[in-house]
Write a protein that binds this ligand. Structure first.
Ligand code: XIL
Length: 386
């Protein structure tokens, strides 16, 4: 079964979407008829030649301050996602105050450049403002979830190709029912919170593909094997119950501290695809913490690791796209994360562009991986998640 998605380049929002979306008047103009702004030699051009897409998370701060940042995103990407601005703590910081400026600007940027837009994230145990955390309880939790999804997915109805409906829900080590991780949503609503979230999105924006986005599934370790098993079992249950999930998101934060077992990753992706779901690589970057300080050596190792990972994922016909978690090294979230930042204090070389927006060896590895990937267009008709 194939389904039409919204927000492709050249699409127009429906009249209903415009009226119901509540967007500022300036955003309600039809989508531009132009093709995308990406360059002929860009990552997205290489990806789209194979029926794939390349995208990046957009950080609103440099987007506002530095025109070169916007130009780099426009030049390389066919797809974007707001890194933070559609998360609850940004978009609904106080019960009586919603803040959509950053999300609206990201949407306007995507439209101006003919790019598709993803949405992150509806239900997560992080990015919760204190006021909301206090209301995620048995009495108020379900109503709050429905209100939040109605609010954010309603505002961008018809504009988002796929929403991260649930994010990072896997946690077999927490010992909870079904291997779900500890979360205020689990405490308040029990495991049915997953089904509720996907059903709520379908009610609000049925054209947006509902996606489960998950971390720590890519590399080789016993604890990662247990996580993969949990994911496959949980997905099987959701599909059997008729939960409207259409895609699975492999975050793709790979880290140099662990090895890649190609055969296991390949088998895992194949099993997800066999359930009829399509797959997105939603937050790709390479954490170089275990590599030496020397930039040339590090860049080469990062590029080699990325290439091995991408060769496996791009071989899987169900994979639709690869989105990096930002595009330039200075913006990587890894430097701000206590567990992930380098012990020597050097900034990570995790992303395809450097501090001067020059293409790095990682960019070249990604470009080559897209160029050498099998053509994905033929596979599309068999997938329900497209
Ligand atoms: C991160 C952002 O990059 C940071 O700026 C923010 O402070 C915290 O969230 N997995 C996810 C993303 O699903 O939403 C996270 O993004 C990175 C890890």
């Amino acid at each position: 079964m194939t389904r039409q998605t919204h927000a492709g380049p050249g699409d127009r929002p429906s009249r209903r979407a415009v009226l119901a979306g509540g967007l500022a008047a300036s955003l309600c103009a039809p989508f531009p008829a132009q093709a995308g702004s990406w360059a002929a030699d860009s990552l997205h051009a290489a990806a789209s030649a194979k029926g794939l897409a390349y995208g990046s998370a957009v950080n609103i701060t440099p987007l506002r301050r530095d025109p070169a940042y916007g130009r780099a995103l426009a030049r390389e990407c066919g797809l974007v996602v707001a890194e933070n601005e559609m998360k609850m703590n940004y978009a609904w910081p106080e019960p009586g105050r919603q803040a959509f400026a950053g999300g609206d600007e990201t949407l306007a940027f995507a439209r101006a450049n003919g790019q598709r837009l993803r949405g992150t994230t509806l239900i997560w145990h992080e990015a919760l403002p204190d006021w909301a955390r206090a209301r995620i309880n048995r009495r108020e939790g379900e109503a709050l979830m429905r209100r939040w999804i109605g609010l954010i997915a309603g505002r961008y109805r018809g504009r988002i190709e796929s929403w991260d409906v649930v994010n990072e829900i896997c946690g077999p080590e927490d010992g909870r029912e079904g291997g779900l991780r500890n979360s205020p949503w689990l405490d308040a609503l029990g495991p049915r919170y997953l089904d509720l979230a996907f059903e709520s999105l379908r009610e609000v924006d049925p054209g947006a593909a509902g996606l489960w986005n998950e971390n720590d599934l890519e590399l080789s370790a016993d604890w990662i094997n247990r996580r993969r098993a949990m994911v496959l079992k949980t997905l099987g249950g959701m599909i059997a119950r008729g939960v409207p999930i259409r895609r699975f998101g492999l975050q793709g934060h790979i880290y140099s501290t662990h090895a890649l077992d190609e055969a296991r990753l390949r088998g895992f992706l194949r099993e997800i695809a066999a359930m009829g779901l399509s797959i997105e690589i939603t937050e790709f970057d390479v954490d170089d913490r275990a590599y030496p300080a020397d930039v040339a050596v590090r860049d080469r190792k990062v590029a080699d690791f990325a290439r091995r990972f991408l060769d496996v994922v791009l071989d899987e016909p169900a994979v639709l796209n690869v989105t990096t978690w930002d595009i330039t090294n200075p913006n990587t979230w890894l430097n701000a994360n206590l567990q992930r930042r380098r012990k020597d204090g050097l900034p990570q070389r995790a992303l395809p562009l450097d501090e001067a927006y020059r293409r790095t060896p990682l960019w070249r590895a990604m470009h080559k991986a897209f160029t050498d990937a099998p053509d994905h267009r033929a596979a599309r008709v068999r997938l329900r998640g497209v």
